[in-house]
Design a protein around this ligand. Sequence first.
Ligand code: GLY
Length: 387
Amino acid sequence: MHVIVVGAGIIGLSTTWYLRHLGADVTVIDPDPAMGASHAAAGMLAPAAEVVWGQELLYPLLRTAADMYPEFAAEVADTDAADLGLTDTGTLVCAGDRADLQALRELRDAQSGAGFATELITGSRARELEPSLSPSVAGAVRIPEDQSIDPRRVVSALHSVFASELLSARVTGLLRDGDATVGVELEDGRQLISDQVVLAAGAASNAVAGAPRLPVRQVWGDVLRLRAPAARTPLLSSTIRGLVNGRSVYIVARPDGELVLGASSREDGRAGTDAGSVHRLLHDGQRLVPGILDCEITEITTRARPGSPDDVPLIGRIDAGCVVSTGYFRHGILLAPLGGLLGAELAVGRRPEWLPPGALASVSPRRFDDAADTAVLPTTTSKRSKP
Ligand code: GLY
């Protein structure tokens, strides 16, 4: 079977990874591989810390993906002899002041309600664990199991593995035969035929003509990369998230000393970096970790996340020749093994029996249609052990 994957961000590449394991020939097409949302992403693998109120459908997906990560990351790292910057130093979700502490307590209740084990600690205990935290931090939720990874290293390793399958080109449309997708058309007019197409173009998925309009919107994020002076490195050991005047902020500490400060969430349609957002990130970040103001800013990146109406991804078959896999919003890095394996199995016609109950319906791209249809094409069955 030949499958074309449209999009070489972390979802397109992880889908390619699993398609190859399933024995498919793959061509992955992107005009600017891995330079979309994956290039901006901080890389938190933090299902508990990602819990926000009212997203019950998301929690089992986050948990399943987190369980899949060690094997996925180890195999990708082995294949390319790469260091993916994986850390397991946990997260501290900090309250900027006493008012934020009340909101943090409520957030922790939501985390507990979702079945995640977390620990509420005092501000002084948090400072024992992370001495760079501000004296004003009023308390924290400690999540020791959280991990992080460097998404740029992951996509770079996958790129190396799939160098010969990667076509640097823009897909402008799906080729159709009746109701079925049979390939893609490129900007230069070339037409490529395939048995299946996986549309994984993130926030750009609706720019592909011939696909049904997907309920994906662009949620812009501005992210800063910082480096502490040598004498103060490492400034942090774990990921710091927090609430400051009710706003969310995070600082991911990489093993090599890089700090990733993020992220704004804007739906103003502006692709340029927003000065107000950068100001707020630095303001809120320094309220939790004053030392970030002594750091060098090495990069500011602005990219669009692909948001869906309910913040749950859109993964499923839209016709006999096309599967979509987009709408991962803030969770593309964590959900990459789940979305990759699911998209790959759907493309080759395997039933994803390893998914948590109800998950296939919760990610169906048709769930917002009047007559929702979550059918998978009939095929052989498989268990998720190792594809
Ligand atoms: N996952 C972090 C963010 O979207 O900012």
